[in-house]
Design a binder for this molecule. Structure first.
Ligand code: ADP
Ligand code: MG
Length: 599
């Protein structure tokens, strides 16, 4: 039995335990919510219902703010839109009156479309600019609600929808909203834990790495905007009914702030944290009723306290498993022999070729007419002093920069510039000179990010955990575990990546790149920061990667590593090729020796 399958079998009982302990807090919350009607009064029904409705909205918004890191602060706009759509349809203000559940579905559709409209600027605008655009949308919706009197009742407002029995009592409605909240928790947790959720956090914390892994930011974000928009508008419909009567005043900016802060104090990239956050923020003003006028101030103080005392939010406070100290003096021992069993052989026979590539940054000629061939199954070393253009060559190959002259081809076909997200599908993977890792995700999740485009299930299938999604999860986790064994990090699979040493991050990046089963692997100074022993092991690993058929382009400063494992070496100086040949030719090259090797 192989090491891999032994670990897998040992892992099944462990993963069942992990699943159960992950479910426990949700089960506990649900139990409390179900008991609430028997131990309290109608006043708490109202608070509980409100928390449930807010969560319906926040569960979707959380994927945008907490996972994707987009500052959508004007989300009350979609709540407003949903509230009015539902109320107007049920009241028969346009056409015949519509049953309330049908109206909720319609609100969901309107919300999904509007969610994309509100979200689209995020594809171009960053941080505060995007935040402002969502605020603008909120203002527009309120103004329309005020101005379109014949339909919305203007400033006077209109009645919220009524739900039929058994949902027409305080507790009946509470159970209905609780049901919505539970389903939303389930769906958003499904997405959060899927390849789409991992893609979102990769976009947030390591956007270039996400791109290099073939993740399409527009596609993932639009799917999430649809989802979050629909949930927010459905929450609006539920909210309108709870209010019994709605006017534009009911949808204050404070509400938007509340949603946003619930996510911030909950913790980025968590489902449970923001859920607890919204519960706390809904109950807080009630138990501190005399302070109601101070609620904005209270939120600000709470936020400050959390930011100062627990920067990771509630999620980090309750993340007990990452409190355990890690073994000191860890050393990385890759097991490259398992690589072919894990990633198979690369079948590519084509060569990656650069001809006469020129690239300027302003007046700096970063690369100045470079020819380079990376053949399948070979390790090609790229060396040269700092600033000689090595990283720039990698960036041209991976499509970040467009060369101003020259051609870049894979076999007979050109590799277009400016589309780094498409390189992964062409079999080109890479690592970065400064590791690009999602610090708040586990080591395993970081590696799984590399396999995002290998998944087959759609967003909808992930949302509902349909079979193809479950197969993706299984296969990606198995491949990532196996590759962590190959690079020697399997013991740290469940550890949060920002707790690792710098040298370990380099090996995570290699494992992540290998998830693509790449035909070509571009490594940018992978040995920087490694101990001499680890460099030797890295060399063996790189050699094994090339033996599976991958062409490796290795940028490195450690001459020993280069001469040990390379089949070909190109030496750059000031953006030009100073010398190219086999390691022994390079070692005998007079100019290289005197200028660079210092011998
Ligand atoms: P190396 O990786 O060999 O150390 P680089 O490829 O990073 O070198 O840089 C080559 C040259 O291009 C350097 O002079 C560097 O200052 C310049 N350069 C690299 N990237 C940029 C950029 N984005 N903007 C302007 N100049 C750059
Ligand atoms: Mg560099």
């Amino acid at each position: 039995m192989s090491v891999v399958s032994a670990a897998r079998q040992g892992g099944d009982a462990g993963s069942l335990r992990a699943v159960l302990s992950a479910l426990a807090p949700y089960a506990g919350l649900l139990a409390i919510a179900l008991i609430l009607p028997f131990v309290s009064n109608d006043y708490w029904a109202l608070i509980g219902t409100r928390a449930a409705i807010y969560w319906v909205l926040v569960s979707g918004l959380n994927l945008i703010v907490g996972f994707a890191g987009q500052l959508a602060i004007g989300y009350v706009a979609l709540l407003t839109l949903g509230a009015y759509t539902t109320s107007v349809l049920v009241a028969g203000k346009v056409g015949a009156p519509v049953p309330v559940f049908v109206a909720l579905v319609a609100a969901g559709v309107v919300g999904a479309i509007s969610g994309v409209i509100v979200g689209l600027p995020a594809l171009r605008l960053r941080t505060f600019y995007f935040a402002m655009s969502t605020l603008g949308f909120a203002t527009i919706i309120t103004q329309i609600a005020l101005a379109w009197q014949s339909v919305t009742g203007g400033g006077i407002g209109l009645a919220g929808p009524e739900f039929p029995a058994p949902f027409n009592t305080a507790w009946g409605y509470y159970y209905l909203c609780l049901g919505f909240a539970a389903i939303c928790t389930w769906m958003s947790a499904n997405i959060g834990g899927s390849r789409f959720g991992r893609a979102l956090i990769a976009i947030r914390d390591a956007e270039v790495a996400a791109e290099a892994s073939g993740i399409s930011k527009p596609r993932v974000l639009i799917a999430v905007f649809l989802f979050a928009g629909a949930l927010a508008a459905i929450a609006g419909g539920l909210f309108a009914s709870l209010q019994t009567y709605i006017t534009p005043d009911a949808f204050t900016f404070d509400l938007s702030v509340l949603f946003f802060i619930a996510i911030l104090i909950g913790g980025r990239g968590s489902i449970l944290g923001p859920l607890l956050g919204i519960i706390v923020l809904t109950i807080l003003p009630e138990i501190a009723a005399p302070l109601a006028a101070w609620s904005t101030f209270l939120y600000a103080v709470l936020l400050l306290v959390i930011v100062l005392a627990a920067p990771g939010g509630i999620a980090a406070l309750i993340d007990f498993k990452n409190r355990r100290p890690l073994a000191a003096n860890r050393s990385i021992v890759p097991r490259p022999a398992a690589l072919v069993a894990t990633a198979g052989k690369a079948l590519n026979r084509e060569t990656l070729s650069l001809r006469g590539i020129v690239l300027h940054f302003g007046s700096v000629r970063a690369i100045d007419g470079i020819d380079l061939d990376v053949a399948p199954g070979q390790v090609h070393g790229l060396i040269g002093p700092n600033g000689s253009g090595k990283t720039t060559v990698l960036n041209v190959i991976s499509g970040y920069y467009a060369a101003s002259a020259g051609t870049l081809t894979l076999g007979a076909s050109p590799l277009p510039a400016g589309m780094p997200g498409l390189r992964a599908a062409r079999g080109i993977a890479r690592t970065f000179q400064t590791p690009r890792i999602v610090g708040e995700a586990s080591v395993l999740q970081n590696v799984m990010i590399g396999g995002t485009i290998a998944g087959k299930g759609t967003f909808l299938e992930s949302m509902l955990t349909l079979p193809r999604h479950r197969r993706d999860q299984r296969e990606l986790a198995a491949a990532a575990h196996a590759l962590l064994e190959v690079v020697g990090l399997e013991a740290l699979a469940e550890v949060r990546a920002d707790r690792l040493q710098h040298s370990e991050l380099r090996f995570i990046e290699i494992a992540r790149a290998l998830m693509l089963r790449p035909d070509f692997l571009l490594l940018d100074e992978p040995a920087a920061g490694l101990s001499s022993e680890e460099i030797l092991r890295l060399g063996v690993l790189i050699k094994a990667i090339s033996l599976r058929g991958t062409g490796v382009l290795l940028v490195e400063h450690h001459a020993d590593l280069i001469f040990d494992i390379c089949d070909q070496v190109t030496v750059l100086n000031l953006g030009k090729v100073l010398a190219a040949g086999t390691p022994s030719e390079i070692r005998a090259h007079k100019e290289v020796v005197s200028a660079y090797l210092g011998g």
